[in-house]
Design a protein. Structure first.
Length: 126
């Protein structure tokens, strides 16, 4: 049995505030150039840059997981969206029987297309 879950990771400071400020400054400058170097839009460009950078960071640090029931034990396996080879939540129907392979702290879930989704087991219940 399989269930997909997705939740934002706790919001640690993934980068130093000074580095974040520099990222936003650089992005605001890119927005200024992209939009034709229109003067007087500094605040709008900065706000847009903040939104874009925050969105990228949220995606980068989002935690995603599958929950699989194997012989009465529920395994929660987290995976990185970046290394999931295009896996998207919803490929498995809740309660669907799927092949699973467990090696140490890794759980490999066979996807409908035949590839395996590699996860790191973060919890065992039961």
């Amino acid at each position: 049995m399989c269930t997909d879950t997705e939740s934002p990771a706790p919001k640690p400071w993934p980068i130093a505030p000074a580095d974040l400020h520099e990222l936003i400054r650089h992005r605001a400058e890119e927005i200024y150039i992209r939009s034709g170097k229109i003067p007087g839009r500094d605040v709008e460009n900065w706000r847009q840059a903040e939104l874009e950078i925050q969105d990228e960071l949220d995606k980068r640090f989002r935690r995603t997981a599958v929950v699989v029931n194997v012989a009465g034990v529920q395994y929660v396996g987290e995976y990185s969206a970046d290394s999931s080879q295009g896996y998207t939540p919803g490929e498995f129907a809740p309660g669907q029987s799927i092949p699973v392979r467990i090696e140490g702290e890794k759980m490999f879930v066979q996807r409908p297309n035949g590839t395996e989704l590699e996860t790191t087991i973060v919890n065992r219940i039961g």
